[in-house]
Design a protein around this ligand. Structure first.
Ligand code: F6P
Length: 529
């Protein structure tokens, strides 16, 4: 029997088994957790038992996870539809061991660019700049924006702002209070053709000229297309290039991370790279059953493909990771939201899940109701630091920790009808009223979660966390036999937006449009000045 069928049968067999029953084994937590350096991953509060884990590991081996992992690190062209290598790991290969693409070592260029970024970042940090505006979208925005927020305690450079949306509200609100003479604008775009970014870049340039700044001195660009940056008028000395083997959503480790480097300084940025490199080494060398990215991926496969839970919630109990769910949405959904396998055949099963979430404890007061008592099961991924950065507020951190641990416990344990009856009886309810009131206070429990613990959210740890998730996405993609590194699904909307533009601005009529689009355009025309 193949491993998918065996896992499906296993799911049927254990579906009604309470997770808490698994804790009758005193070594449950020990056997269903793993550590990489000082990062601890607990997946014991899931319904995965030893037999399931063995089947999941066998599936990973059958799908050639170890071989494909090695192929990725060695620069094979595993992004088959774009015929590209996938080498974001080279960007954090700080010790410079050769990485060959087409017979040439890419490391000298990677390290030269990193050195140039450091020099530039130090110049900006030591100069008169008060603010940096990063203009980019998707992978050219979410990574640095998320990391600048996450590493706020290490931020000792100019203020950083991120403009991504083509909605003029975004750039208008961000530029409003800035001094054009002391602002550096970074145009971050792998392709340097993305309509949102180029539109915002032109608006920022006009703003700077109008307000006494000098774009020749105050614009920088991050791109794989240096010719286009020069065409835009950016000084080549301010252009930091990278190669097409860095995917947009995997790019924050190189030039796309420039705003982060300016914010926290080259030394802390190096620590961030070191953290990712540490996770790379663990991922590449550790046995599958002790390998954090592999285990995280297998838990994902179990929940999303075998148990058919359509979403997963990422719940960092770390306020500074409040942009992580958005970052992971792009990383996971753009990578694994595919309908066909590598062969081009339709996937016989669901692929990437819907990823969503928010920081704890805020989420508790918003959507946890549904997670606890709703009709859908939502696997939860908790994250928590052993300590915060505010020693004077240690009691806040203790409350944060207690809340995080309480949530995974409550999701697993639930509350029975009898327990609920006792609670409402103590409140004075009786008879039918007691029964009815009790029903509303029942928690089904048996809702799975994992918890990732780390000592403190410092640059090294953030690097570990992001690399952990990158490799998790990779492993899930290999097991699903899909290509995780292209994104053809974003193309059609872009094309149609281009053809609709003249209809929207009125230079073309709506006669060629479907009646819904025509009516929408008509309403907009009637209600705009
Ligand atoms: O949304 C599609 C996409 O190509 C992403 O993959 C990418 O991160 C984003 O657009 C921005 O692209 P670029 O860096 O080329 O402007």
């Amino acid at each position: 029997m193949n491993h998918w069928n065996a896992l499906a049968d296993k799911h049927q067999a254990v579906n009604d088994r309470p997770i808490k029953q698994l804790f009758e084994d005193p070594s449950r937590a020990k056997n269903f957790s793993a550590q990489a350096g000082d990062m601890y991953f607990d997946f014991s509060k899931t319904n995965i038992d030893a037999e399931t884990l063995e089947a999941l590991l066998a599936l990973a081996s059958e799908m050639k996870v170890p071989e494909t992992r090695e192929a990725m690190f060695q620069g094979a062209r595993i992004n088959e539809t774009e015929d590209r290598a996938v080498l974001h790991t080279a960007l954090r290969n700080l010790d410079g061991e050769p990485v060959m693409v087409d017979g040439a070592d890419v490391m000298p260029e990677v390290l030269d660019t990193l050195a140039a970024m450091r020099t530039f970042a130090e110049k900006i940090r030591g100069g008169h700049f008060t603010d940096v505006v990063n203009i980019g979208i998707g992978g050219s925005d979410l990574g640095p924006a998320m990391a600048v927020c996450a590493l706020a305690p290490y931020h000792d450079g100019p203020r950083c702002h991120f403009v991504s949306n083509v909605d003029g509200a975004d750039i208008a609100d961000k530029l409003r209070d800035l001094d054009a003479k002391t602002t550096l604008v970074i145009v971050a775009s792998k392709t340097f053709t993305t309509i949102e970014t180029m539109t915002n870049a032109r608006t920022a340039r006009a703003w700077m000229i109008d307000h006494g700044g000098d774009p020749a001195k105050q614009f920088a660009a991050l791109s794989t297309a240096p010719d286009k940056t020069v065409e835009f008028g950016i000084d080549p000395a301010h252009v930091f290039g990278f190669q097409d083997w860095v995917g947009g959503r995997y790019s924050m480790w190189g030039p796309i991370g420039l705003s982060l480097m300016i914010a926290i300084g080259p030394k802390a940025f190096d620590a961030f790279l070191r953290g990712a490199q540490d996770m790379d080494r663990h991922f590449r060398a550790a046995d599958l059953q002790e390998n954090l990215p592999v285990l995280l991926a297998l838990v994902g496969i179990w929940h999303n493909q075998i148990c058919d839970y359509a979403t997963r919630a990422v719940l960092p109990y770390d306020e500074r990771l409040n942009m992580l769910p958005s970052y992971l949405q792009q990383l996971e959904m753009e990578s694994n939201g595919k309908g066909v396998m590598r062969s081009g055949d339709d996937s016989p099963r669901h692929t990437g899940p819907v990823v969503w979430g928010a920081s704890g404890t805020n989420g508790q007061h918003a959507f946890y109701q549904l997670i606890h008592q709703g009709t859908r099961v939502i696997p939860c991924e908790f994250m928590l630091a052993a300590q915060g950065h505010e020693p004077e507020l240690a009691h806040h951190h203790q409350l944060l920790v207690a809340n995080c641990l309480a949530q995974s416990k409550a999701l697993m344990q639930g509350r029975t009808l009898d327990e609920a009856r006792a609670i409402v009886a103590a409140k004075g309810f009786e008879g039918d009223d007691l029964e009815r009131q009790a029903c509303h206070r029942v928690f089904p429990g048996n809702r799975p979660s994992t918890t990732l613990l780390y000592p403190q959210l410092d640059p090294f740890t953030l690097g570990q966390i992001i690399a952990l998730y990158e490799h998790r996405v990779f492993v899930e993609g290999v097991i699903l036999d899909i290509i995780s590194f292209d994104q053809w699904g974003v193309e059609l909307g872009k094309e149609l937006a281009t053809t609709l533009q003249p209809v929207v601005d009125g230079t073309k009529d709506t006669s060629g449009e479907d009646s819904s689009t025509a009516a929408l355009v008509d309403f907009i025309h009637r209600h705009s000045a």
